[in-house]
Ligand binder design. Structure first.
Ligand SMILES: Nc1ncnc2c1ncn2[C@@H]1O[C@H](COP(=O)(O)OP(=O)(O)OP(=O)(O)O)[C@@H](O)[C@H]1O
Ligand SMILES: [Mg+2]
Length: 308
């Protein structure tokens, strides 16, 4: 796997205050990398440094091995980014916007413009003025715009902000497609964990300018074991019952609820055992909040507002 972006101890100090504290991580080809953190964590600041919109106080960012500080023009030629909002001319058509942007780069053909328009699904509306576009369509046009010069790294700062569930799903699909079909490395920032879980291969959790954790999403959603919650009338009996069923099962009892990690295929057998042991069961529900719990733990500890 090829590394496209590399952050090396990236630090930002503004007026004596450390806004970003020694961030290091790598993003690979074909990977969607989530940058997750509550408001004010430093996501936009980090992105601004990656794309050279803000000076790095200490450390460096390498794009395809080229330093954004020492070799800016070369390094940035591999990057496409939307920081906060896409910059579009509302009174021009989508096509005119792309044409305008294409002029700023060398070698963008008419063919390429057509290609990116198709890729983001705007073909039927591309001749219409941007002011008639929905928010989701504007986001897609913004993505098309930063894909024109075939970047190896795409950076999107909160791309689903303000979109409805259908719009979010759409953007998510395009992002996954870009990584899978074009082999692009994509960095997406968000303060919404649920969204990140569905879109990313790995996520980095940022809190007060510090990297708290980098997690592989597949380890959570791709594993065969799932966390289930079982509601019973009286939890005092359930411990022994689960232990007889399989002493290796990890579980936790809280009030009249039990949470355990088990493969889906074994659930019917487990329920049978519990019923045979005389337990009254009110419900069995799959839950997958391991990552969410962790995120809340991390962020709540420090008294920050979180929006999950
Ligand atoms: N130019 C600046 N001068 C002073 N402080 C700044 C500046 N830019 C950012 N900050 C501070 O840096 C911190 C991180 O801000 P940043 O915008 O990067 O957060 P964020 O994670 O993108 O938040 P959000 O989810 O709200 O977009 C904040 O406390 C912010 O006030
Ligand atoms: Mg931001």
């Amino acid at each position: 796997m090829k590394t496209i972006a590399q952050l090396q101890n990236v630090t930002k100090v503004i007026k004596g205050k450390k806004i970003i504290d020694s961030l290091s991580f790598e993003v690979n080809e074909g990977e969607v990398f989530g940058f997750l953190g509550p408001n004010g964590a430093g996501k936009t600041t980090t992105i601004r440094m990656i794309v050279g919109l803000m000076k790095i106080t200490e450390g460096d960012v390498l794009i395809s091995g080229k330093s954004i500080q020492k070799d800016f023009a070369d390094a940035i030629s591999d990057v496409g980014a939307i920081v906060e909002n896409p910059e579009l001319y509302k009174f021009l058509s989508g096509y005119q916007n792309l044409k305008h942007f294409a002029r700023m780069h060398k070698g963008i053909t008419e063919e390429r413009i057509k290609e990116v328009v198709e890729l983001v699904g705007l073909t039927s509306r591309i001749k219409d003025k941007v002011k008639t576009y929905s928010l989701g369509m504007r986001q897609r046009l913004g993505i098309a715009q930063c894909l024109l010069h075939k970047p190896k790294l795409l950076i999107l700062d909160e791309p689903t902000n303000g979109l409805d569930p259908a719009g979010i799903r759409e953007i998510r699909a395009y992002i996954r497609k870009l990584a899978a079909e074009e082999g692009m490395a994509v960095i997406v920032s968000s303060h919404l964990l649920s969204e990140m879980e569905m879109m990313c291969d790995r996520i980095a959790i940022l809190q007060s300018g510090k990297l708290v954790d980098v997690q592989d999403i597949r380890a959570f959603v791709g594993g065969t074991e799932q966390i289930y919650q079982i509601d019973v009338a009286d939890a005092s009996l359930i411990k022994a019952s689960i232990k007889t069923f399989d002493p290796a099962i990890q579980f936790e009892v809280k009030d009249n609820q039990v949470q355990l990690a088990i493969e889906k295929e074994r659930i019917p057998a487990l329920i049978k055992t519990l019923v045979e042991d005389g337990l009254d069961i009110f419900g069995v529900m799959p839950i997958s909040k391991t990552l969410e719990d962790r995120f809340l733990e991390i962020t709540n500890d420090k008294g920050e507002t979180v929006n999950v």
